[in-house]
Design a protein around this ligand. Structure first.
Ligand code: KIV
Length: 279
């Protein structure tokens, strides 16, 4: 079914059922207007913890808090009617163990209306994923490059090359067996992504992985050209809106300084306001 023909938002089981079917389309969003723009086109929208880098100027996702996720989640929820909303669990909100993860996942879902949470990690997170799913919280897993672990991974490196491949494959099996309804594969070699997609029964969502994945996701500010601090190889710029926005701002500044803005059509100068009248 095409995105525009959809009447209501899919849930986690609808997404799971798309394994091997028409590719799932997904983007991140952090605000109501952007969520509204993608609602007709995406199967699910992720309130990603990338918000910390693309909107808050943080140098990594590690400083993102529960409060930030809830605020942006509520904003995105107001813009969605047809697409499912998934929300990231921020760093340090789930790693202590299943009980901490449940408490924070339940809060994220209750306060934002998200249909599922996403968390990073493979084999080491399987117990937590199982605990959450058994208690009514659908989980999207995230393996390969897990940005919350850059300090132990040694940076934003491709994961799963050569003899690391078996580790990432084991992560994929672990999260699928634990009950995750889908799994993001970030920055893994194409052959490995294809192998994982063939090996597990839940949809794989690629970002820097393979066109053979069951779906794709991109950070919206990357693909629109708003986030320009760096551009990973896996990002395709579908538009270059950052320079367009800067030009518009420069034009405005020039016109204000030249007193050519506001022009006649922007002002209410036909009569002088009398006392007590409104502009
Ligand atoms: O936070 C994020 O944006 C992500 C990616 C998978 C897009 O987790």
């Amino acid at each position: 079914m095409s995105a525009t023909a959809r009447k209501k938002a899919p849930n986690a089981e609808d997404i799971r059922a798309r394994k091997g079917g028409e590719p799932l389309v997904s983007l991140t969003a952090y605000t109501t207007p952007m969520a509204q723009l993608m609602d007709d086109h995406c199967d699910f929208v992720l309130v990603g913890d990338s918000v910390g880098m693309v909107l808050h100027g943080l140098s990594s996702t590690l400083g993102v808090t529960m409060e930030m996720m809830i605020l942006h989640g509520q904003a995105v929820a107001r813009g969605l009617q047809k697409a499912m909303m998934v929300i990231d669990m921020p760093f340090a909100s789930y790693e202590e163990g299943p009980a901490q993860a449940f408490r924070n996942a339940a809060r994220l879902m209750a306060q934002t209306g998200a249909g599922a949470v996403k968390l990073e990690g493979g084999v080491e997170m399987a117990e937590t994923i199982r605990f959450l799913v058994k208690r009514g919280i659908p989980v999207m897993a995230h393996i390969g490059l897990t940005p919350q672990s850059i300090n132990t991974l040694g940076g934003y490196k491709v994961q799963g090359r050569d003899d690391q491949a078996e580790t990432v494959l084991a992560d994929a099996h672990a999260v699928a067996d634990a009950g995750a309804f889908s799994v993001v594969l970030e920055k893994v070699p194409q052959v490995l992504a294809d192998r994982i997609t063939a090996a597990i029964a839940i949809p794989t969502i690629g970002i820097g992985a393979s066109a053979g994945c069951d779906g794709q996701i991109l950070v919206v500010d990357d693909m629109l050209g708003f986030f320009t601090a760096f551009k990973p190889k896996f990002v395709k710029r579908y538009a270059d809106l950052g320079p367009l926005a800067e030009q518009a701002i420069a034009d405005y500044a020039t016109e204000v300084r030249a007193r050519s803005f506001p022009a006649e059509e922007h002002i209410f100068a036909d009569q002088a306001p009398t006392e007590g009248s409104k502009a």
